[in-house]
Design a protein around this ligand. Structure first.
Ligand code: FES
Length: 172
């Protein structure tokens, strides 16, 4: 866990997460439902919440860990405001997705799977997204970037950085 993440963990208020768990007591498949709802609320599953969740739902902690590791949709670390996914499936790899990933690592100064210290970007290599005709394919959150080049992705990231650092225009 990074120092950054530790700081966030210390400040995190788990009241809402506990309320969600209490609301799901007795529902069908409460473990997955609570994990989904807590992730929707916090953006990830705070690890400190898991023992409390086990207690509230009266399920073994091991079962919750099992669900967390089985479903790749769950994250136990905070992620950036923008999740940049680079498909590294075969079709995208053949068309140069590794070069895109390498350029993004350089530009964002993070390794694959990491988040920038300002919590703005998470860089994530992913397996085939299922649209191989658009290779090499990237995603920025839900926005598709088809037939991408390293320079094209850097341009998109730079545009977001500029937009995010621009002062908010005052309404007249
Ligand atoms: S290999 Fe990238 S979308 Fe299929």
């Amino acid at each position: 866990m990074t120092a950054n993440t530790q700081e966030q963990e210390q400040e995190l208020d788990l009241t809402r997460a506990c309320e969600i768990a209490e609301e799901e007591v007795g529902s069908q498949g409460p473990v997955i439902r609570v994990l989904q709802r807590v992730q929707a609320e916090y953006g990830y599953i705070p690890p400190d919440f898991l023992p409390e969740m086990a207690e509230i739902l009266e399920v073994p902690l091991a079962r919750i860990f099992g669900a967390l590791t089985f479903y790749s949709q769950f994250y136990t670390e905070p992620r950036g405001k923008y999740v940049v996914k680079v498909c590294v499936g075969t079709a995208c790899h053949v068309q140069g997705s590794k070069n895109i990933l390498d350029r993004l690592k350089e530009t964002l100064e993070v390794d694959a799977g990491e988040t920038t210290p300002d919590m703005m970007f998470t860089l994530e290599p992913v397996a085939c997204i299922g649209s191989c005709g658009l290779a090499p394919l990237c995603l920025i959150n839900t926005e598709t970037a088809a037939h991408m080049t390293p320079a094209g992705m850097v341009e998109k990231v730079n545009a977001i950085q500029e937009r995010e650092s621009a002062p908010v225009a005052e309404e007249s």
